[in-house]
Design a protein around this ligand. Structure first.
Ligand code: ATP
Length: 265
């Protein structure tokens, strides 16, 4: 049997990282935060990045999110090497190709649910009647179809994170980059968000999340563990935790009932 992979069936890559280094040059020393990190992220993957404090997780996240450039190595997004981009190109690709989900949601208080979902399109000058339809559909997809005009303060933490997840999808990104996305949430709401991530991943979305919680990482398909700026472990999660379709339905039903905020807050 031939071991050659047929290019037609080979999975496409959402990201390809090769020998990535990042050095921070300080007055008295140079900190080698990443020392030659390599991995591929095929489309449809669900990766948890873990590691002890100082191992380089935030540094890697900043590079993956095009918030910073590596010292050396390459980071291919689609056909483009991010390491060679100008600042303008970096902010362009950030707005158009990466879906960010942060621990603190990062919603704009003055904007409604649907307007928050549209924010990345606004920055790209792509607000249209069609885009409003798309944002409304995304709000419904994350279970907030009845909350379109609510402001973030009128929503529970889990609901705010679902707005952030809908916002992360509005540009049809190469991948969702989640930074401790459940870090501010209780265990029930964490389950709700993990069920949503699983649903999105089952539908083909690529997810890369940084977490320090084993119970969260166990839901991913693969774990990359950093240590001292190197990849120490990169392997599939054999006994991955998954929700059944019935559980996903039940969790989102409960979320609708339990997360009703007081009106008029
Ligand atoms: N802007 C910076 N200037 C200098 N050194 C930095 C900078 N950012 C990070 N470092 C150093 O680089 C190394 C990796 O830091 P990084 O924040 O990526 O680790 P981390 O795994 O995210 O840690 P934590 O879990 O504590 O957030 C650490 O030694 C840190 O002190």
């Amino acid at each position: 049997m031939s071991s050659t992979i047929d290019p037609k069936t080979k999975p496409k890559l959402a990201a390809q990282i090769r020998d990535l280094t990042k050095h921070y040059v300080l007055k008295s020393e140079t900190v080698r935060a990443l020392r030659g990190v390599s991995f591929d992220v095929p489309e449809g993957d669900y990766v948890a990045i873990m590691g002890p404090s100082g191992s380089g997780k935030s540094t890697l996240l900043n590079l993956l999110g095009c918030l910073d450039r590596p010292t050396s190595g390459s980071f291919m997004l689609g056909g483009d090497d991010v390491a060679r981009m100008t600042d303008d190109e970096l902010s362009g690709i950030r707005a158009s190709r990466i879906g960010f989900v942060f621990q603190s949601y990062n919603l704009i208080a003055q904007l409604s649910v649907v307007e928050n979902i549209e924010v990345p399109l606004y920055y790209m000058g792509r607000l249209t009647r069609e885009s409003r339809k798309r944002s409304t559909a995304l709000a419904a997809m994350v279970g907030l179809g009845q909350r379109l005009d609510h402001r973030p303060t009128q929503l529970s933490g889990g609901q705010q994170q679902r707005v952030a997840i809908a916002r992360s999808l509005v540009n049809d990104p190469y991948f969702i980059l989640a930074d401790e996305a459940t870090g501010n949430l209780d265990s029930v709401t964490t389950e709700e968000i993990l069920a949503l991530f699983q649903r999105l991943n089952d539908e083909g979305r690529t997810i890369i999340m940084v977490t320090h919680e084993d119970e969260v990482a166990e839901h991913a398909k693969r774990i990359i563990r950093l240590k001292d700026g190197n990849v120490q472990v990169d392997e599939p999660i054999e006994d991955r935790k998954t929700f059944s379709p019935e559980q996903i339905e039940q969790i989102s039903k409960n979320a609708h009932l339990a997360n009703q905020p007081d009106e008029g807050n």
